[in-house]
Design a protein around this ligand. Structure first.
Ligand code: GDD
Ligand code: MN
Length: 364
């Protein structure tokens, strides 16, 4: 049986349509289901509208004493859920309830986790402004930076629309904060088979979004908590130590070649950067990502090296440009090399980290 969990906070205008359409979708694929609405004491009569529909749709309501957050609402709903599969969706129809049908089909066909996804072929975000698109992409990228290996094969880890087998949640210590319950699940649940089902995120026609400054802040706190709780923070520290060693090798070798060995900077700089990259690669293999590597990782050390080098090209290029400019302006060899390293490292940190780490991730 599928237990559909719908968190609500002031959704009286839409909740009945959401319940009817969700029920119709699951009946159309002959699924046995129940719906649990978790309402945080909405003042607009959401709970009463749910109860009014109880004869027509198999729905129950769980009332919480005040606004306690979306993610914990889902978990509290799950405690009372009777199904062996949980479905989670919003009440406001931005998640078209009809997507429950293909999600259920994916689970039937063996998926442990089926995600309604905006970022796979066929999915999308209707008429979002570029600002909203940027915010969404940035938040997704930040999550990928914090959990690069876990999120390597997930297009839309920020989705609020998904289904999961309850067995995948056994022994998972879920401790979410704010909105992103799926991120918590991806980080901690034990699932093998993940499937993404495309859907188009709809515009909100009625009611107002509950997403505000507080939720953005909670998101950052949640990422930090995940980084600590999953042990990723330690991987980060290992990565940072290796990167620091690489930076020192780059600077020292460049200074040695130019000042002591009398080389021209043009061949000396790429050589110094390449030696630093090889150092970083070696330590990543032997130390930082040793335990993350699986048989399904990029096969063969040479393949991984080629991938690593190609990802590092933009950072290395920026390093060369900044070092060259600095030398032309200032003349100091060591300072120039340091400035180049900082610029290249910052570029990697901003845009390349997930890709670099995924050199050692499962390739699915
Ligand atoms: N019980 C409860 N408590 N429900 C809440 C709370 C809360 O504190 N905050 C929000 N909700 C309910 C809303 O009533 C709605 O049904 C759902 O959670 C989503 O809230 P919105 O405010 O509409 O969120 P959104 O549209 O910005 O974002 C949603 O979609 C994104 C894309 O899938 C969320 O589901 C995001 O997590 C998701 O990334
Ligand atoms: Mn919404």
């Amino acid at each position: 049986m599928i237990s559909v969990i719908i968190p609500t906070y002031n959704e009286a205008a839409v909740i009945q349509e959401a319940l009817r359409r969700a029920a119709a979708a699951l009946r159309s694929v002959s699924e046995e289901f129940e719906i649990v609405v978790v309402d945080d004491s909405s003042a607009d009569g959401t709970a009463e509208r749910v109860e009014a529909l109880a004869g027509e749709v198999p729905v129950r309501i769980l009332r919480r004493p005040g606004r306690l957050g979306l993610a914990t609402a889902v978990l509290d709903g799950g405690v009372t859920a009777r199904g062996d599969v949980w479905a989670v969706m919003d009440a406001d129809l931005q998640h078209p309830p009809e997507v429950l049908a293909p999600l259920a089909k994916a689970i039937r066909e063996g998926a442990d986790l089926a995600i309604g996804s905006r970022y796979v072929a066929g999915g999308g975000t209707s008429d979002w402004t570029w600002v909203r698109r940027m915010i969404s992409r940035t938040a997704t990228h930040m999550a990928a930076t914090v959990l690069p290996l876990k999120l390597a094969s997930v297009g839309d880890p920020m989705s609020g629309l998904f289904m999961i087998r309850k067995s995948a949640l056994e022994n998972a210590q879920l401790n979410p904060l704010g909105y992103k319950i799926l991120l918590e699940i991806i980080a901690k649940a034990h699932y093998k088979n993940l499937v993404e089902v495309p859907y188009v995120f709809q515009e909100r026609e009625k009611g107002a979004s509950k997403l505000g400054a507080r939720q953005y802040l909670e998101y950052l706190q949640h990422l930090l908590r995940l980084a600590v709780g999953t042990g990723q923070l330690w991987s980060w520290i290992r990565y940072g130590a290796v990167a620091l060693a690489g930076a020192m090798i780059d600077i020292a070798l460049f200074v040695f070649l130019v000042k002591k060995a009398g080389w021209h900077p043009t061949p000396a700089l790429p050589l110094a950067i390449e030696v630093a990259l090889l150092n970083n690669f070696f330590w990543s293999e032997a130390f930082t990502f040793r335990s993350a590597r699986t048989p399904a990782s990029n096969p063969g050390v040479w393949r991984r090296l080629a991938r690593y080098e190609s990802i590092c090209i933009p950072g290395a290029g920026l390093n060369c440009v900044v070092t060259g400019l600095w030398m032309a302006l200032d003349g100091g060899v060591a300072n120039a090399a340091a400035a180049g390293v900082v610029a290249g490292g910052a570029l990697n940190l901003l845009i390349n980290i997930p890709a670099i780490w995924r050199t050692w991730a499962d390739r699915k």
